[in-house]
Design a binder for this molecule. Structure first.
Ligand code: P1T
Length: 386
């Protein structure tokens, strides 16, 4: 459980929350507790819940307290991946329960509901949650969850979290917000009424493209207990080494995010003026349909940009093959810039008609703008599109 009394500023909590000098040596860094079990004094007598490492590990405990603090949550749970965290939430549902899912989400998140949980009787309606009337009409008496990503992947739709939490609660459901694209530096959905926040820690929280991880944060004690029970029963826990790497990463989250935001704004403005670009989608541009909402809901606009290049697949493929500093790869949120083709790569599991309706077409390219010198990034894109 995090210390809800901590009023330290975000950057201080990034570095210190959940972390005390090691009690045996005063080592400043939380040790990597590579242990699968703990010695008991007498059968059933052990310290502070430490009986077996699937249930609890001190490196993981420190990470969970750190992430909880960054999201302003009372409870944090960390997982082996973002999708493992999502599955833990979906395991709370029973056959016949209904989920309203925002229409634009990571392909793997859609696939988990559509290809795994649907077979267990969970029903799902995809809806454009930027349209509140559409969101309302997607509700059913059996709706238990509204699930959204904001900004969304890859169309960067910005959804009104406070409005969706009112809608969910009015329908007797809970709101889960995937905060991966914003990171806790830019947005705290729990403060806006969400019940659970999910992170793929693989992205900005990890920040160095060297860890796969996930997290759930909540201030609901009963929900936290159920999620913890499920995690222990199912078992998708992160390794102590991965927890250590994530703890090291969150120490610089605020500094990295600031530069991601600055660089992305500059790249988005530059792309907007490029003759071979049909459309730039970035919440920080005034042309973004939810720019005003992004300004009020977020503390900055993030490092992700989607762009439609003129000339369809030939043009996008040419650009993706010619970049040098932007690496052609799935994933996002690392210090290094990445670029990818959602229709072929990250969103291939979304049915083609749904992709077309969203605008995920052959000309759409997604950029994760890193923290390199932005002049080199712009030069790279300029060369790739020349
Ligand atoms: O990869 P994993 O840590 O399991 O996280 C899944 C996930 C959840 N939520 C969002 C918003 C995501 O973007 C992802 C993973 N996304 C990619 C791999 C990608 O390139 O978009």
């Amino acid at each position: 459980m995090s210390d809800p009394a901590s009023h330290d500023h975000f950057g201080t909590r990034c570095i210190h929350a959940g972390q005390e000098p090691d009690p045996t040596t005063r080592a400043i860094m939380t040790p990597v507790y590579m242990t699968s079990t703990y010695v008991q004094k007498s059968p059933g007598v052990f310290i502070d819940g430490y009986d077996y490492a699937r249930s609890k590990n001190p490196t993981r405990t420190a990470l969970e307290a750190n992430l909880a603090s960054l999201e302003g949550a009372r409870h944090g749970l960390s997982f082996a991946s973002g999708l493992a965290a999502m599955a833990c939430v979906l395991h709370q549902l029973k056959s016949g329960d209904h989920v309203v899912l925002s229409d634009d989400v990571y392909g793997g998140s859609f696939r988990l509901i559509d290809k795994v949980f649907r077979h267990q009787g969970i029903e799902c309606t995809r809806a454009d949650l930027t349209d509140h009337a559409q969101a309302r009409s997607a509700l059913r008496p059996t709706t238990r969850l509204i699930w959204l990503e904001t900004p969304s992947n890859p169309m960067l739709k910005v959804i009104d979290i406070a409005a969706m939490s009112r809608l969910a609660h009015g329908a007797g459901a809970i709101l889960v917000a995937d905060n991966t694209f914003a990171s806790p530096y830019l947005q705290n959905p729990l403060a806006l009424g969400a019940d659970i926040v999910l992170h793929s820690c693989t992205k900005y929280i990890g920040g160095h493209s060297d860890v796969v991880g996930g997290a759930l944060l909540t201030s609901n004690d009963e929900l936290a207990e159920r999620l913890r029970f499920t995690q222990n029963a199912v078992g998708a826990v992160p390794s102590p080494m991965d927890c250590f790497l994530l703890l090291r990463s969150t120490k610089t989250l605020h500094v990295r995010m600031q530069r991601h935001c600055e660089n992305a704004m500059e790249v988005a403005r530059w792309l907007s003026a490029h003759p071979r670009v049909k459309r730039v989608i970035y919440p920080g541009l005034e042309s973004h349909p939810q720019h005003a909402l992004a300004k009020s809901q977020m503390r900055g606009f993030g490092g992700m940009i989607s762009v439609v290049v003129d000339g369809g697949l030939d043009a996008s493929r040419r650009m993706l093959e010619r970049v040098k500093h932007f690496a052609l790869a799935e994933s996002l949120g690392g210090v290094e810039s990445l670029i990818e083709h959602p229709a072929i790569m990250t969103h291939a599991s979304i049915p083609p008609e749904a992709r077309a309706a969203l605008g995920i077409d052959d000309g759409l390219v997604r950029l994760s703008v890193g923290i390199e010198d932005v002049r080199d990034l712009i030069k790279d894109l300029g060369h790739a599109m020349s």
